[in-house]
Design a protein around this ligand. Structure first.
Ligand code: AMP
Length: 142
């Protein structure tokens, strides 16, 4: 059985600049990732994405504006097992939201596309972030 996970690419707009939220794992190689996590039995992918986002970043459903029409899936292998991660895209809904990390992450950053791609590293994540940027700019959400 493969691993199934879901999460959100989260962004905010500050002075017309789009900034993405990335979390640095406290496990493994301390890579940077949007909030996401494993789907529990009986849970929908979107509910997982919301639950994991709140657990990992403190950001609740009411803190987010989920963009309609955007959904992307990443596939990679973890310890020889296929992992599928479904991502939605969400904008921070209002000012003054504070990120609160869990023990699973040790740092977070709000960064523009180029820095987000550099931090994320993995080419499929770079592609995903570029798709997000294009979607945001073409739907006038920035
Ligand atoms: P994660 O899925 O982020 O919890 O990471 C689990 C393992 O997969 C870690 O060893 C990561 O370095 C690796 N990993 C995370 N994202 C990717 C990706 N997009 N492509 C390939 N490997 C990844």
């Amino acid at each position: 059985m493969g691993l199934r996970a879901a999460g959100f690419v989260i962004y905010r707009v500050i002075r017309s600049r789009v900034e993405y939220l990335l979390l640095q794992t406290s496990y493994g190689i301390h890579h940077w990732t949007p909030p996401k996590g494993h789907v529990d039995p009986g849970e929908s992918d979107l509910d997982t994405a919301l639950r994991e986002t709140e657990e990992e970043s403190g950001l609740k459903k009411s803190d987010l504006k989920v963009l309609e029409g955007f959904q992307e899936i990443l596939n990679y292998e973890v310890n020889g097992r296929p992992k599928t991660v479904t991502y939605w895209l969400a904008e921070i809904a209002h000012e003054g939201v504070e990120v609160k990390l869990s023990h699973e992450h040790q740092d977070y950053k709000w960064v523009p596309l180029d820095e987000a791609c550099r931090l994320a590293g993995y080419s499929d994540m770079v592609d995903l972030l570029n798709k997000c940027e294009n979607f945001i700019l073409s739907s006038n959400k920035a």
